[in-house]
Design a protein around this ligand. Structure first.
Ligand SMILES: Nc1ncnc2c1ncn2[C@@H]1O[C@H](COP(=O)(O)OP(=O)(O)OP(=O)(O)O)[C@@H](O)[C@H]1O
Ligand SMILES: [Mg+2]
Length: 262
């Protein structure tokens, strides 16, 4: 169970979150969307206890993240896989070493050979089996994103947090990552929390969508309802990414891939 209760967070005079309450449905994919600077990445960092809320409560699996000590934070983070917006990869390590990193820390029971097997399987899943021993510093932006994803899922986490999974990716790679998310959710019951400024890019995978705007969650609900909500800010977000004939009045159709998945 992951929930936020009336969470506020400011940096000096900048009031980023002004009272956000949210319960994230488990074993589903939830996208949090909002304009640049809305506080999406801040929200993600609050969830894993990298920063603490000024007021309100962030609760993950029963742990109050604002009051947890290092051991408690560690116990919660073990259950999360994280893909940060910038990938946060170590450029001086190889691809395989980057992906192996969380395993070395969180799965001390595994032997090097077992770790290597898992790393190669994760690379296969993200479609980059041939890159294992390549220096990470030489990868393209899309390759970095996929390596970050492989690293996020290597420990088989219950919850995967994903900051901007599709930005900077070509449509084929984006589709491959969408399928991976759908498969992991269906087969392993993984909970995905996806942060994006592009609502349309999340429609293939999101069961729920929340819209963060001016420090508040102005909409939250099942994707099917959100795409039809009359909220003008939400409508502008939907229209900006696609050209629809009369989007303000017509229900937005879910993409074919998503319809097949349902
Ligand atoms: N550690 C920090 N210190 C000061 N200000 C910060 C800090 N972290 C975030 N901010 C500010 O908080 C606001 C929200 O930042 P955040 O990174 O959450 O935006 P975002 O919604 O993720 O935007 P984007 O879509 O561009 O990634 C921004 O104005 C940012 O400059
Ligand atoms: Mg961000």
């Amino acid at each position: 169970m992951i929930e936020l209760k009336d969470v506020t967070k400011s940096f000096g005079e900048l009031h980023v979150l002004r009272g956000v309450s949210l319960t994230l449905p488990m074993r589903q994919t939830t996208a949090i969307i909002g304009p640049s600077g809305a506080g999406k990445s801040v929200l993600l960092k609050l969830l894993v206890g990298l920063i603490r809320a000024d007021a309100g409560e962030v609760r993950c699996f029963g742990t109050d993240m604002g009051r947890a000590d290092d051991d408690e934070l560690y116990a919660v983070r073990r259950r999360f896989g994280m893909l940060f917006q910038d990938g946060a990869l170590f450029d001086n390590l190889t691809v395989a070493e980057n992906i192996e990193f969380p395993l070395i820390h969180h799965r001390r029971d595994l032997k090097p050979k077992e770790r290597r097997e898992r790393v190669l399987a994760a690379l296969e899943q993200v479609g980059l089996p041939e890159l294992a021993d390549r220096p990470t510093g030489r990868l393209s932006g899309g390759q970095r994103k996929r390596v970050g994803l492989a690293r996020a899922i290597i420990t088989e986490p219950e919850v995967v947090l994903f900051d901007e999974p599709n930005s900077g990716l070509d449509p084929v790679t984006s589709d491959a990552i969408d399928s991976l998310i759908l498969t992991m959710k269906a087969k392993l019951g993984v909970t995905f929390i996806i942060i994006s400024h592009d609502i349309v890019g999340t429609l293939n995978v999101a069961d729920n969508i929340g819209m963060l705007y001016e420090g508040r969650l102005i909409q939250f609900g099942p994707t099917e309802e959100i795409v039809q909500a009359p909220n003008p800010i939400l409508r502008r977000f939907l229209q900006r990414n696609v050209s629809l004939p009369d989007a303000a009045h017509e229900a937005y159709a879910l993409p074919a891939a998503r319809q097949r998945a349902m």
